[in-house]
Each structure stands twice: as C-alpha cells, then as structure tokens.
Design a protein around this ligand. Structure first.
Ligand SMILES: [Zn+2]
Length: 187
C-alpha cells in the first residue's frame, strides 16, 4: 500500500524545520555589537558601529606640528580628517580593538611609531631616541595620555575622549595645558 502525502503538507513541514533551525542559529550566534568581554583584546577598543574620537598633538623639539593629512584604513579605522583628531569608526573586524592602536594609526597613515622612533605620517624625517634637537638637547619619543606618560604606548588603543600628546624632545613630565582644555569630542 502506498501512502501519498499531500505536497502542501510536505512543504509546510520543511518550512517549520527551516524556521526552527534559523531561530536557533540566531539565538546562539554572537552579535558583533555584543558587550565587550573582560580580558578580550578588542574589549578595550572600538567595535563595528562605534565612532570614537581622540584629540592629539605632536611636538618635535618643542614645535607643534600641523595636523596630519586625512587618511583612513580600509577597515574604516583608524583614520583622521586633517582635524587633529584620531577617528575610529571600524566597519570590519580588522579595525576593531588592537587594529586601531596608536602604532597602527601611524602605520596606516604612512608613518611610524616604535618604542624609540617616530615618523609623522606625510613627513619624511624620522626621529630616534638619542637624536639631537637643533638646540643640542637629546630627544626621546614620549607619549602622554590625559596628562599621564605612557611607557608601552605602541599598543595603546586611543579611547573615546582621550587627549593624546606625542612628543619628540627632551624628557618632560607635564602635558600642555592647551590640549587638556581642548574638547576632544568635536565631531
Ligand atoms: Zn569621526
């Protein structure tokens, strides 16, 4: 004896199974905008959909340098718009977390920031620890974030609202007052 199922019943059954599997995958798949997991590298950095801003100033031997010309990583972050602000608005995972760290900001812009060397994006000169400034003083690469000096600065991920001062020159302790007073969240 043959049992012939009505075609409509088969279609309905398949649709129910597909819907159930789809619902299940939606419930378990991690959302890209999920809350940062403590200890996760990306937790300290911007995620897709974020738009963070950090004001920066660069000083070479006491002279403030012009804002870096516009550039933007393929991943959307890091970048800048000639405005003295580091912009972080990743739209793919490469720009999230450590993808937007300070060293990568310089690298993506065509410059360099190592533990002992700096090249400003768009400039050809490189300044290394121990190089002399025109006045004969010995220069050192220094990074200050919100008034505090950072030692391991290459992997630092600029946080939304940060004020970052990058210096090549004689060792010093104090951040410039003008930068600490400047609003970082301009755009
Ligand atoms: Zn922006």
């Amino acid at each position: 004896m043959r049992v012939v199922l009505p075609a409509g019943l088969v279609v309905a059954f398949v649709a129910i199974v597909v819907a159930a599997v789809f619902e299940d995958s939606r419930a378990t798949a991690p959302s890209p905008s999920a809350s940062p997991v403590p200890g996760d590298d990306a937790a300290a950095g911007p995620r897709i959909g974020d738009h963070w801003h950090a004001a920066y100033e660069i000083f070479i031997c006491g002279e403030m340098q012009p804002a870096i010309d516009s550039f933007e990583a393929v991943a959307g972050s890091p970048g800048t718009h000639s405005d003295g602000i580091m912009h972080q608005h990743p739209f793919s995972p490469a720009g999230e977390g450590q993808g937007s760290n300070l060293q990568n900001f310089f690298k993506v812009g065509g410059g360099k920031l190592d533990g002992d060397e700096i090249q400003i994006p768009g400039h050809s000169e490189t300044y290394k620890n121990g190089d002399e400034c025109p006045d004969g003083t010995e220069g050192v690469v220094q990074v200050f974030v919100n008034g505090k000096r950072l030692t391991d600065y290459e992997g630092y991920i600029p946080q939304d609202g940060d004020r970052i001062e990058i210096v090549f020159g004689p060792e010093r302790e104090v951040i410039r007052r003008a930068l600490t007073d400047r609003p970082a969240r301009l755009y």
